[in-house]
Design a protein around this ligand. Sequence first.
Ligand SMILES: [Zn+2]
Ligand SMILES: [Zn+2]
Length: 327
Amino acid sequence: MLFRCENCGGNVIYSPEKGKMYCPHCDGIDSGKIEGTGIRTECVNCGAPLEIKEYNSTCRCGYCGSYIILDERVEGEYKPHLVLPFKIGRKYAVELLKNEFKSRIFTPGTFLEESTLEEMKGMYVPFWLYDYKADIDYSGKGTKVRVWSSGNTEYTETSYFRVKRNMGIDFRKVPADASIEMPDDVMDLMEPFEYNALEEFQEKYLSGFYGEIYNEGADKLEERAYGKVQKDADSLLMETLGGYTSLVPEHKNIRLDRKDVSYTLLPVWRYLYKYQGKDYPFYVNGQTGKVIGATPVSRKKVIVYSGTVLAAVWTALAFFIGILEIL
Ligand SMILES: [Zn+2]
Ligand SMILES: [Zn+2]
């Protein structure tokens, strides 16, 4: 399908700046109507053959530049539950990239030249967002030691505790990206996304962007989310166990139950910079503007990134913490 302008017949796209459907040909707002539904291998607008890759859910006609949404890849098992619409448009994404790298003296002169900016693509990356309920049981033996002096004598008092913790925590929307092409470590650095802006999926958000269906299923990718939650549950438990001089655990059990999983599209700008025959990818979070990437001749080979890095990316809501100390 394609969104066609009711005023001028042009291809209507979603504008992150306006937060609405927008016709760049006649400046029309919300003037798009769906046209040309069904399974197609040719452009709805001009009839040219479309180059459709294995995981594409949208593509751009190489001849007329229209954005075509592939019906069969946004329906049935491939219909996303949720989408986080782009908040940052191409112009602002370019500006963020430029600002991030303009002060770096090792940035090559051709970086972000106008002629290469066409390579900047807005992409919806498929993710699975998992919800878990964690039940945590802990028991151990703790001591608290108090030392004081009176006259020439030093006194030591050791108190012994039986320490018990019984906690329940809800973890909401723990992400794992479902795109093989997107490197996992880069996608982890893209976080956090602000999930309170998630919306029920609508095709219109895809118009003007590239999209992918999930490459791998929720069960296959669960291990990544599970590992993140396991680690987080453990550190939340540890936070409640401070204050002892010594603590010997006797029993620790963290049980995770998956409550829900949502197939979700998240917005990312990607810029492929070609330098001396190699591709250097840069990414801008399409919602928060966080920039990730490293220039080819930058001295540090590490990935640089800006923006706020929050320790907890997803929502952890402790609904029950039982604390028991018996002397
Ligand atoms: Zn128009
Ligand atoms: Zn076309």
